[in-house]
Ligand binder design. Structure first.
Ligand SMILES: Cc1ncc(COP(=O)(O)O)c(C=O)c1O
Length: 353
């Protein structure tokens, strides 16, 4: 703490990102990155755009990218908002749409950035407990609120809600924005995008970091009816006119258009995930049913912290959250089959020691 800080700074509880160590040979399954790499067309687009034009500012409205996203989802470009990762899109959403007199509701076990943004933007919140099986119960959200934020599938549990439940939530709260964070939706969950034309209070947020393997590019987007998108644009243009640089815009546009690459990689990952679940269960792990590119698992015989440390010693990084309710779990991102095999063999060694 410093006497020079604005008063709010000492109250913040910033998000702590998973570590990104530069240790050669490390199996990195701790930050839900996609092992298969971005579309070659995205890389080509970066190569073609990396020239003298970088002296010019990028398109502040990222029109070409928004048009590509709109075409992909059957929407209009003014129903699309883009930002520097879905983290930035979420941050603007907190400020533009989720801050009201009544509290914002989100699950108690969910993405740790939500409480961080709540403090930053002074949003009153209620963390609604997930049930004993770590499921979001839509009926728990039947209470007065200013807005609702649901990750679907949830993170770090990986558990998804059926579209009918999402629709019931959106329909039950016509006076509140219901934001669905679909960072991992492409790995087996139903998207709420088809509901957008029907519900003016629905905002869907997605990212290119996971299913399009572009975490390093930092591109996320929100989809919703024009009035919601306009609120986000007003906040963005009061913050940073150019959140997406020229290279990010062209690469993201190419990635969105490369449906074949997207389909191949996401299907491969789903197969690997389901195989890993079977292997973990064979080692007596309890694995929550995952619709994401990670699994959340615990073992009776070892604490989550001990397992994480033992894996790290063997060159395998996974994520552990020292938090109430979930401290016994490990969140394991799905890697290539070879990486998953290294993980399983390390776990075998640890558990038989
Ligand atoms: C639930 C959830 N939402 C949003 C994000 C943000 O992703 P990005 O900022 O890379 O788009 C993450 C990242 O891990 C996440 O887990």
């Amino acid at each position: 703490m410093s006497r020079y800080w604005s008063p709010i700074v000492s109250k913040l509880r910033p998000y702590v990102a998973g570590e990104q160590p530069r240790i050669p040979g490390l199996i990195k399954l701790n930050t839900n990155e996609n092992p298969y790499g971005p579309s070659p067309r995205a890389l080509e687009a970066i190569g073609q755009a990396a020239d003298d034009r970088l002296r010019l500012y990028p398109d502040p409205t990222a029109t070409e990218l928004r048009e590509a996203i709109a075409a992909r989802f059957g929407l209009e470009a003014d129903e699309v908002f883009v930002g520097n990762g879905s983290d930035e899109v979420l941050a603007h959403t907190f400020q533009a749409l989720l801050k009201h007199q009544l509290p914002l509701l989100y699950p108690d076990v969910s993405y740790p950035f939500y409480p961080a943004y709540s403090l930053l933007y002074d949003v009153e919140t209620i963390e609604v407990p997930v049930d004993d099986r770590f499921r979001i119960r839509p009926s728990d959200y039947e209470r007065p609120c200013g807005a609702i934020l649901i990750p679907n599938p949830n993170a770090p549990t990986g558990i998804g809600l059926p579209l009918a439940d999402i629709e019931a939530l959106v329909a039950a709260h016509p006076d509140a924005v219901v934001a669905i964070d679909e960072a991992y939706v492409d790995f087996g969950c139903e998207s709420a995008v088809p509901l957008i034309s029907k519900y003016p209070n629905l905002l869907v947020i997605q990212t290119l970091s996971k299913s399009r393997s572009l975490a390093g590019l930092r591109v996320g987007f929100a989809l919703g009816q024009r009035q919601l998108i306009e609120a986000l644009v007003r906040v963005k243009d009061s913050f940073n006119s150019y959140p997406l640089d020229r290279l990010a815009q062209v690469a993201a546009t190419a990635a969105i258009k490369d449906e074949a690459w997207f389909e191949t990689c996401r299907k491969k990952l789903i197969v690997s995930r389901d195989a890993l679940v079977r292997e973990l269960e064979a080692l007596d792990f309890e694995v929550l049913p995952s619709q994401a590119n990670f699994v959340f698992a615990r073992h009776e015989s070892r604490s989550g912290a001990a397992l994480q440390a033992a894996l790290r010693e063997r060159g395998v990084l996974v994520r552990h959250f020292a938090k109430p309710r979930i401290s016994e779990f490990l969140r394991i991102s799905i890697g290539t089959d070879k990486e998953c095999a290294r993980l399983v063999s390390a776990l075998n060694e640890i558990l038989s020691a």
